[in-house]
Design a binder for this molecule. Structure first.
Ligand code: FAD
Length: 474
């Protein structure tokens, strides 16, 4: 009998419930394992920076399996057609996969499950990459939470799952090197997808994720609460791209922290961030309409600004607000942006430009190597004051104040906006206030080398508040 493992965004062996489940099935009936990945056309139309990272992580995992004599196979095309090839595999007894709660995945999984069950193939939808699955933490009456704090209290109290340990050799013993599936799909991945993934990412995959986690937990986590808001310092774990590709599981991180001898405030704060990740996945699961619509219905009629030039300036990091520009350039350069900067840039787009949060969300989706639908939508709706626990619309971030507070010395700005590297500290947050002589000395002429502020913040703040009030009907 053959037991298939459908890998999706869980490129790891350790603590992988789908792999573990299929392994147990195969062990139980002397069966064989079949690892496969489905190349969905929706993800292949253009190889974004985000997909580039994803597919290269997939390839890293494939190579790791290969080194251990396990072949990763492929399906390609619309699910209805692609999965017929799986149904053709003689002896196919079960398919295991890790649950994914995005509207896209749920729809696809429903369809495929129906196809498989019709042919009497067992389908095992296993735990996803969360500490608590979206349906595990609910209010007493069984309805979902809509606010983070009470959710997180229950999240903290609930028992946590132990991680699953499995040796790759045990899997290899059950994985004959047979090409069960579509050879064309393999060729498609090798010839059409991989060659387009050209970015030189470093430290991909499961082993690197483990190293990074251990490094972070060996010291930095204890200072997380003090350091996490300083973008010029490596104060956060940078584990998000590994979580997104499933090179590490959230449980592995949580359990490693729980096993630490000293439980510091830093570690406590860090765990709460992992709870935010579960919270936003839960919100998207229970309120799938928030994928495209504001959680707060009263703001669904907001009359957003459609200025393409402003949007482009924001994307390019050319707004004349150094902290905003540095954030956007970090995103464009490395596919990751510090959380503080995600808040600042998202607030800037929605409040200072009054541009639709969906525009920003889509841009982040394309660029972020840690793109996670729940967290991205949640983060954008938070910053745009239209989400669950959103920042109130009248509390508009002042980019200059944020800059002075979180990048006091301008180190982060100078790293990502090189034209400002010789600007004196005094002017780094507002370079347009530099006298001409200082501009010359710093080799940065405002209006030529670096733009004047593209908007007047205090004016835009008033406009934003009026816009929200109009939508709300006050
Ligand atoms: P750490 O500070 O080390 O946190 C550890 C982990 O906790 C993170 O890896 C992440 O999984 C989780 N986490 C931390 N903060 C949050 C948060 N606010 N919401 C949800 N989970 C959190 N995170 C994503 O993983 N993918 C996204 O697409 C994403 N888009 C965002 C968009 C906006 C507008 C905002 C404001 C935030 C977004 N976040 C997103 C949340 C957060 O910015 C990142 O998770 C964090 O910066 C990742 O870096 P890290 O691993 O060093 O985080």
């Amino acid at each position: 009998k053959i037991h298939a493992i459908w890998l999706r965004n869980d490129f790891r062996i350790q603590d992988n419930p789908a792999v573990w489940n299929a392994y147990n099935q195969a062990e139980g009936d002397d069966g064989e394992l079949l690892f496969f990945f489905h190349l969905h056309p929706d993800f292949l139309s253009s190889i974004t920076q985000s997909n580039d990272y994803f597919f290269q992580t997939l390839q890293t995992f494939r190579e790791y399996l290969k080194e251990n004599n396990i072949r990763l196979q492929f399906l390609h095309g619309d699910p209805e057609k692609a999965f017929k090839k799986l149904l053709d595999v003689k002896g196919l007894a079960s398919v295991s996969y890790a649950k994914d709660y995005t509207p896209f995945a749920k729809k696809r999984d429903e369809l495929v499950t129906e196809m498989l069950r019709k042919k009497e193939i067992d389908v095992h939808a296993c735990r996803g990459n969360y500490i608590h699955e979206p349906f595990e933490i609910t209010k007493k009456d069984g309805t979902p939470y809509k606010v983070y704090t009470p959710y997180s209290k229950q999240w903290m109290q609930q028992d946590k799952n132990e991680i699953i340990k499995l040796e790759i050799e045990e899997l290899a013993a059950l994985s004959p090197q047979k090409a069960y599936l579509d050879k064309e799909a393999v060729a498609y991945f090798d010839e059409q997808v991989l060659p387009k993934c050209k970015r030189n990412w470093k430290r991909l995959g499961e082993e690197e994720a483990q190293k990074r986690m251990k490094h972070f937990l060996s010291g930095r986590v204890d200072h997380y609460d003090d350091m996490r808001d300083t973008p010029s310092k490596a104060g956060t774990s940078r584990l998000s791209p590994y979580l997104r590709t499933g090179a590490i599981s959230a449980r592995q991180i949580e359990q490693a922290i729980a096993r630490k001898q000293s439980q510091t405030k830093g570690a406590e704060t860090y765990i709460k961030e992992l709870a935010w990740r579960d919270f936003y996945a839960m919100i998207l699961h229970h309120f799938p309409e928030t994928e495209t619509k504001e959680f707060q219905e009263k703001f669904r009629s907001l009359d957003w600004n459609k200025d393409e030039d402003l949007l482009q300036a924001w994307k390019d990091g050319k707004t004349g607000f150094p902290i905003v520009d540095a954030g956007m350039r970090q995103l464009n350069a490395i596919g990751w942006m510090h959380n503080r900067l995600r808040m600042i840039t998202a607030s800037f787009l929605t409040k200072d430009f009054q541009i639709d949060w969906r525009e920003g969300e889509a841009y982040f989706r394309e660029k972020l190597i840690d793109h996670d639908p729940g967290s991205n939508i949640g983060g954008w709706q938070w910053a745009g004051s239209v989400g669950t626990d959103a920042v109130p619309y009248f509390r508009v971030f002042n980019p200059t104040t944020q800059s002075k507070r979180f990048d006091k010395e301008g180190e982060y700005i100078k790293k990502y906006v090189p034209e400002l590297k010789d600007v004196p500290k005094k002017y780094i947050h507002e370079p347009h206030t530099m006298p001409e002589s200082v501009q010359k000395e710093a080799g940065c002429i405002i209006g030529e080398d670096y733009p004047d502020p593209i908007v007047d913040h205090s004016e835009m703040r008033k406009r934003a508040i009026a816009l929200y009030e109009e939508a709300k009907g006050d």
